[in-house]
Design a protein around this ligand. Structure first.
Ligand code: DON
Length: 345
């Protein structure tokens, strides 16, 4: 080894050690990411979503992991370049956009922040709120479709184009690059989203949406079709982990004092009816999408994302859940695991 190579290797070691210290563990993030990739690469469980025809055609073997620390270091394994549709993960960022624009209480008062305990497109959940609390009661959640379509309707703008420009702009800023809509997915979902149209109409009838439910459903469908890869998603998660500022571009996306509310909603409902199980195992606020992505946030430490299309019965990527749990647990990412002075967890 030449002297220059030795210096480079030493610098790499110091860099990795500094990041390991930052995230509170002696294991290197790259080792943790590589280990999870190797362990789950050949796992064949779950099934692509097929209720949107275009999603059934995505390669089920696609598997990419990315972790971005709050100081902007990026660790990856597998395919982190291929884009899938962001799907329900977009609900987090549109909700965050409304919170940024109109305050934390805007979502809480209009939609509510209680977990529904039901599937993402449940109409029974809307009806039971109506029966028990009355039409328009803020007892819904912005991460399931009725609340998410309502949140999209709350983004201010005088035309659909203006609202869309703000929605895609917010996602771009969080990801740190210009994202685009996957037109095949958008068309496929727009052709088959009659259930979401019914939900949109119901939300107008019950007063959660104030006007033009058709526009809200169309923009919601577009936001679900935004193309992202594992690295984009990890960057978006790291933006939340670092208090609302993108760790690489340093652009502020969301005020730091609004981030805890966003993470709290992710913790209660990010993986739908399996959110409790997920939180029990990892402690991480997270959000899944039927495109196969999951983002998870270790506040103050890192954002992590995995893309792998096959889903379990609750609609959450099988490999993504396993890989994120392993990586976070080996890096000390669980925010509920307090460190004692002795350094134990
Ligand atoms: O509303 C829908 O059907 C989708 N575009 C989004 C659903 C979704 O990602 C649910 N997530 N796990």
């Amino acid at each position: 080894m030449t002297r220059r190579m030795t210096r480079f290797a030493a610098a790499c070691f110091v860099g990795a050690t500094a990041v390991a210290t930052l995230i509170g563990q002696s294991a290197s993030p790259q080792q943790a990411v590589d280990a999870a990739y190797g362990k789950y690469k050949t796992l064949q469980e779950g099934k692509n979503a097929d209720y949107i025809p275009a999603l059934a055609k995505v390669d089920p073997n696609l598997f990419g992991i990315a972790l971005v620390t709050v100081d902007g270091k990026v660790y990856t394994a597998g395919d982190v370049g291929t884009e899938v549709s962001i799907q329900s993960i977009s609900k987090v960022f549109t909700m965050a956009q409304v919170i940024q624009e109109q305050g934390l209480e805007s979502i809480e008062k209009r939609i509510g922040v209680d977990a529904t305990g039901a599937r993402f497109n449940s109409i029974i959940a809307v009806e039971s709120v109506k029966v028990v609390q009355g039409a328009g009661a803020p007892e819904m959640n912005p991460l399931v479709n009725p609340g998410a379509i309502s949140a999209t309707s709350m983004v201010k703008g005088s035309s659909a184009n203006e609202v869309w420009g703000k929605i895609i702009g917010f996602h771009n800023d969080a990801a740190g690059r210009q994202l685009t809509v996957l037109q095949d997915v958008y068309k496929s979902e727009a052709d088959t989203n009659q259930r979401n149209q019914a939900i949109g109409a119901l939300m107008l009838a019950y007063g959660y949406i104030k006007d033009n439910w058709q526009q809200a459903v169309d923009l919601y469908t577009r936001q679900c079709s935004i193309g992202v890869n594992a690295k984009d998603l990890a960057m978006m998660a790291a933006t939340l982990a670092g208090g609302g500022t993108n760790p690489v571009t340093h652009k502020k996306v969301l005020d730091a004092d609004k981030v805890p509310g966003v993470l709290a909603v992710m913790a209660t409902a990010g993986l739908y009816d399996d959110s409790g199980k997920w939180l029990y195992r990892t402690g991480l606020p997270a959000k899944s999408g039927v495109g196969g992505g999951i983002i998870a946030v270790s506040p103050g430490k890192f954002g992590i994302a995995v893309v792998s299309p096959p889903l379990d019965d609750a609609g959450n990527s099988v490999r993504a859940q396993k890989a994120i749990a392993d990586i976070s647990n080996s890096l000390g990412g669980n925010p509920y695991a307090a460190r004692t002075k002795a350094g134990t967890q």
